[in-house]
Design a protein around this ligand. Structure first.
Ligand SMILES: *[C@@H]1O[C@H](CO)[C@@H](O)[C@H](O)[C@H]1NC(C)=O
Ligand SMILES: *[C@@H]1O[C@H](CO)[C@@H](O)[C@H](O)[C@H]1NC(C)=O
Ligand SMILES: *[C@@H]1O[C@H](CO)[C@@H](O)[C@H](O)[C@H]1NC(C)=O
Ligand SMILES: *[C@@H]1O[C@H](CO)[C@@H](O)[C@H](O)[C@H]1NC(C)=O
Ligand SMILES: *[C@@H]1O[C@H](CO)[C@@H](O)[C@H](O)[C@H]1NC(C)=O
Length: 338
């Protein structure tokens, strides 16, 4: 008993000594920088500008702002680098003071019930942003040209809002963009010709469910989309066959619900194509035999003007007849024999 209590005593002693030592050393875990005072002031202005939503209840002046909900600080400098406010009952415009967080790298305001009005021009000051997502809100006005000044952006998502007007051609000046989501808005006009000459790689393009019109610029035929191009549910017309081609890297091509009109018979598909939706257009000719060589996971060519036998083999008979229905004279499994 005696030995044991003695050893407990020395244990406690050595533990306290260790703790003392640790506390006196600059340690990254214990020494994380406190929130920068300027950033804290701006954050409190943002909270007020958003009409003090319940979502930001933890943002109180008497606490270190690096501990607040919905944000991250750089642990060395205490500057706010991530702001991710989502799934909340917010009725307000985006406060202009958001442009006064100069070290912000990620801004994500997503699924806020009534976040409305335009994107404030002060966002152009956030030149360290590499991720900007303002998805599923009630934002309106134009897609601002000043977004093309945010040269570090790799991801830009303004989808599921009420943005109107045309797509600014200058977005092609973003040299690091990997994905551009402008789908589910009220955008009109043409797809910019400049999207075939991005400053860096061509980003994956998500433009579906808008009111885009005219032809797809030929320039898009000369570039590689690393995985996806989605133009479905617009008012696009004419040829889009140049988006394909044996040597392309694209895996998902979605062109459904437009008025595309071209001959599919001679089209060569990229080897890696897995998802192809051409449904509800005016595409004619026949289905090329090359389709049987692809590892397709999704195919829909219904509601077009296609004719002739569905090539037999590959994945083509694994799709049900609705993938082929409502064409001019397609035949063969899974449709009726020719
Ligand atoms: C959202 O906030 C508004 C006013 O701020 C309030 O009237 C409404 O009941 C709230 N809705 C929900 C679902 O909490
Ligand atoms: C967006 O388009 C829809 C459908 O045409 C229309 O009802 C709505 O008023 C438009 N909204 C804006 C903000 O332009
Ligand atoms: C697309 O990428 C593939 C594979 O990297 C390459 O072989 C092809 O030349 C590229 N095509 C274009 C149009 O850049
Ligand atoms: C695909 O790339 C190969 C090798 O780079 C080239 O010889 C061929 O002409 C290209 N095919 C097409 C259809 O562009
Ligand atoms: C193909 O698209 C049509 C038209 O949108 C739809 O009715 C049908 O269910 C789709 N079939 C498949 C297999 O995706």
């Amino acid at each position: 008993m005696k030995t044991s209590s003695f050893s407990t005593f020395t244990d406690v002693l050595s533990l306290s000594l260790t703790l003392l030592l640790l506390l006196s050393l600059p340690s990254p875990s214990l020494g994380a920088a406190k929130c920068n005072a300027d950033d804290k002031k701006v954050l409190l202005q943002i909270k007020a500008g958003l009409n003090n939503p319940y979502l930001l209840a933890s943002w109180t002046p008497d606490t270190d702002c690096c501990s607040w909900y919905a944000l991250d600080c750089d642990s060395k400098t205490g500057r706010v680098i991530h702001l991710t406010i989502f799934d909340g009952n917010v009725s307000a415009q985006i406060p202009a003071t958001i442009g006064d967080l100069p070290y912000l790298e990620m801004l994500d305001m997503n699924r806020l019930t009534n976040l409305n009005g335009p994107i404030p021009s002060s966002i152009a000051k956030l030149t360290n942003l590499n991720f900007l997502r303002l998805k599923s809100n009630r934002l309106s006005g134009v897609v601002p040209t000043f977004l093309s000044q945010l040269k570090k952006l790799t991801f830009l998502d303004l989808s599921f809002n009420f943005f109107s007007g045309s797509i600014p051609p200058s977005l092609s000046q973003l040299p690091n963009l990997l994905a551009l989501h402008l789908d589910h808005n009220n955008l009109t006009g043409n797809i910019p010709d400049s999207f075939g000459s991005f400053a860096g790689n061509t980003p994956d393009l998500y433009l579906s469910n808008n009111f885009l019109s005219g032809q797809v610029p030929k320039s898009l035929g000369y570039v590689n989309f690393s995985s996806e191009i989605d133009l479905s549910s617009n008012n696009l017309v004419g040829d889009a066959s140049f988006l394909f081609g044996k040597n392309k890297t694209v895996q998902f091509v979605e062109l459904s619900m437009n008025s595309f009109q071209f001959d599919l018979s001679k089209v060569e598909f990229p080897d890696g194509l897995t998802n192809l939706d051409l449904s509800v257009n005016k595409i004619f000719g026949s289905l090329p035999a090359g389709l049987t060589k692809l590892n397709l996971q999704f195919l829909n060519v219904s509601y077009n003007s296609l004719c002739g036998q569905i090539p037999q083999g590959g994945k083509l008979q694994s799709f049900d007849s609705t993938a082929y229905d409502h064409n001019k004279c397609l035949c063969g499994a899974p449709l009726a024999a020719c």
